[in-house]
Design a protein around this ligand. Structure first.
Ligand SMILES: [Zn+2]
Length: 263
C-alpha cells in the first residue's frame, strides 16, 4: 500500500507527526510526502532522511506557494538526490481568476517543468479547473507525470493515460460520484492512490454509513492519514468488480515504477 501524496508536514500534524510516521512505517510499503511551500519542503526532507519508507517530492503551490518560486527551485536543485519527484506544481484557476496572474502561474509552472526535465524527475501535478492546460504543458515531458487529486473529465483522463501518464485517485472517491465515474474508466495500469492528508478525511462518509469504527483508533478522525488509501482501494475494487488485492498490487507497482522507489 502506497500513498503517493500526503502532506505530513502540514501544521495539523505538528502534535503527532512522529506517531503518524511510525504507524505508516508499520502499515505502508511507502508514503510520498508531498510539499508545496519552502518550510514544508524542509520538514519533508527531514522526514525522508530519518525514515526508510518516507519519500519526498518538493514543489510550489500555484496560489499558496509563498511568493518565491526561485527559492524553491534552488532547494530542489540542492537536494535533487534526496527527492523522488518535483511537485506539487501546476496551475490553479479555481482560486485565481485574474488573467495576468494566471499567466504568471504558467511561467512559474514551466520553469519547474524545465527543472524536472534537467533533473530527470517525475512531476506531481496540481491542477484545478486547469487540467487541460496543465496537460498541454507537460504533454512532451519524458520522465513521468501524475495528476494528483485529478478532477478533470473522463475524456482528458483518457488522453493522459494514452500519453503514458498516471492519474491519482484520492479518498474523494468515497464521497464524490464524479470521482467514482472516473475510477470506473481509469485502467488500473495508470492509477495511483493518495490521501492528500490531512485533507479529504473519509470520516464523514464512514460515519454516515455507521462504519466509523473502521478508522484506525488513536488518531484524529477529522484528519486524513496515509493508511486510509485502503478505503479507496476497497471502493475501486467494488466499482471495477475486482479483488482489493488487485487494486493494491497494481497501484503499488505503478508508484514504485513512476518514482523509482527502493522499497
Ligand atoms: Zn497536495
Amino acid at each position: 500500500m502506497i500513498d503517493i501524496h500526503a502532506h505530513l508536514c502540514f501544521p495539523p500534524f505538528d502534535n503527532d507527526r512522529e506517531r503518524v510516521v511510525a504507524e505508516c512505517e508499520r502499515e505502508m510499503r511507502a508514503v510520498i510526502v508531498g510539499s508545496a511551500r519552502y518550510e514544508e519542503g524542509l520538514c519533508a526532507l527531514k522526514l525522508g532522511e530519518r525514515h526508510r519508507k518516507m519519500f519526498v517530492t518538493l514543489g510550489y503551490h500555484p496560489v499558496e506557494g509563498g511568493g518565491n518560486p526561485g527559492k524553491l527551485r534552488e532547494l530542489i536543485r540542492k537536494n535533487s538526490d534526496r527527492i523522488v519527484g518535483v511537485g506539487e506544481v501546476g496551475l490553479d484557476y479555481h482560486w485565481e481568476k485574474d488573467e495576468s496572474k494566471r499567466r504568471r502561474q504558467r511561467e512559474v509552472f514551466s520553469e519547474f517543468i524545465d527543472l524536472a526535465t534537467e533533473l530527470k524527475k517525475p512531476l506531481v501535478i496540481h491542477s484545478w479547473d486547469a487540467e487541460q492546460e496543465c496537460f498541454d504543458m507537460v504533454r512532451d515531458f519524458e520522465h513521468g507525470v501524475v495528476f494528483h487529486c485529478f478532477s478533470g473529465s473522463g475524456e482528458l483522463s483518457a488522453e493522459i493515460i494514452k500519453n503514458g501518464f498516471y492519474v491519482s485517485v484520492s479518498t474523494q472517491i468515497l464521497f464524490s460520484k464524479n470521482h467514482r465515474k472516473l475510477a470506473k474508466v481509469l485502467p488500473l495500469e495508470h492509477m495511483l492512490l493518495e490521501t492528500d492528508s490531512p485533507f479529504l478525511s473519509p470520516y464523514k462518509y464512514l460515519r454516515i454509513k455507521g462504519e466509523e469504527r473502521l478508522l484506525k483508533k488513536g488518531f484524529d478522525p477529522e484528519k486524513n492519514h496515509p493508511w486510509n488509501v485502503r478505503f479507496s482501494a476497497q471502493k475501486i475494487a467494488e466499482i471495477k468488480k475486482v479483488d482489493i488485492s488487485d487494486v493494491l498490487t497494481a497501484t503499488t507497482e505503478n508508484a514504485v515504477r513512476l518514482f523509482g522507489l527502493k522499497v
